[in-house]
Design a binder for this molecule. Structure first.
Ligand SMILES: [Zn+2]
Length: 254
């Protein structure tokens, strides 16, 4: 099955619903609650939320950004993650149509979004999220007969981050980023790994400027490198091969 533009609204709504689920996963990972718990609750007053409170994006605006039960503000993270997931799913689908690759990329996108938000909020990358991510990426490269390039990407990325970690004694980069390098290296096999690496720095610079402009972070704040890396990985996952090709042509190598 290939690409059909009439499926896009459906994919977008599907992304909104999955985004809502990812918000719940992010909250439960941090609160130490089970991901399979049935009811969502307000993180502030712990009141169980009903269907009317859980409609992606819409509930946030209908409720005026406040909890129906305790009237405390709801974080803008909720509608933002839902919208970003919907956009990301639509992009993945537009690039790949409906195929096994698409299912893999959508699932991987969920892992990237969880790591992105969690590192941004808590400056932490959880093994609970990384380990299944690595397994998923390894399976994908084995399936594509690309295991060795995946391993090379993982070694290059985590090796380089490991070196930065050792040299700076953990000041420039956290050990979570070193482990994240294994996941992202397998996800973006060599040679596209180099694209991911440069993108992370460009994304980092752009995001830092935006965060400073909106006052979300101050100049003295540490910036979560894992957040930039996962966003760069998403871009490289969709367009990495084209970018490598473009770069090689630029150098006159192909
Ligand atoms: Zn509440």
């Amino acid at each position: 099955m290939g690409f059909a533009s009439q499926l896009i609204p459906g994919i977008f709504v599907f992304g909104l619903i999955i985004g809502s689920f990812l918000n719940a996963v992010i909250y439960r990972l941090h609160a130490g609650r089970s991901i399979t718990e049935k009811h969502s609750i307000c993180p502030r007053c712990k009141h169980a939320l009903g269907f009317r409170d859980l409609i992606p994006v819409a509930s946030f605006f209908i409720l005026g950004g406040r909890c129906r039960y305790c009237n405390k503000p709801i974080s803008w993270q909720y509608p933002a993650v839902e919208l970003v997931t919907a956009l990301a799913f639509t992009l993945v689908y537009s690039q790949n149509g409906l195929s096994l690759t698409t299912y893999h990329l959508l699932l991987t996108t969920c892992f990237l979004i969880i790591i992105f938000v969690y590192d941004f909020k808590h400056y932490l990358i959880l093994d609970k999220v990384l380990v299944p991510g690595v397994v998923l990426a390894v399976i994908f490269q084995v399936w594509r007969h690309n295991f060795w390039n995946g391993l090379s990407g993982a070694l290059a990325l985590s090796g380089f981050f490991g070196l930065l970690y050792v040299i700076s004694r953990g000041r420039w980069i956290g050990f979570g980023d070193v482990k994240l390098g294994v996941f992202l290296g397998f996800l973006i096999p060599w040679p596209a790994t180099t694209v991911l690496f440069f993108l992370a720095y460009i994304v980092g610079a752009v995001v830092a400027v935006i965060l400073l402009a909106f006052g979300a972070k101050g100049l003295g704040d540490r910036l979560p490198f894992g957040t930039f890396l996962t966003l760069a990985a998403f871009i490289a996952m969709l367009w990495g091969d084209e970018m490598v090709g473009w770069y090689l042509r630029l150098l006159g190598l192909t």
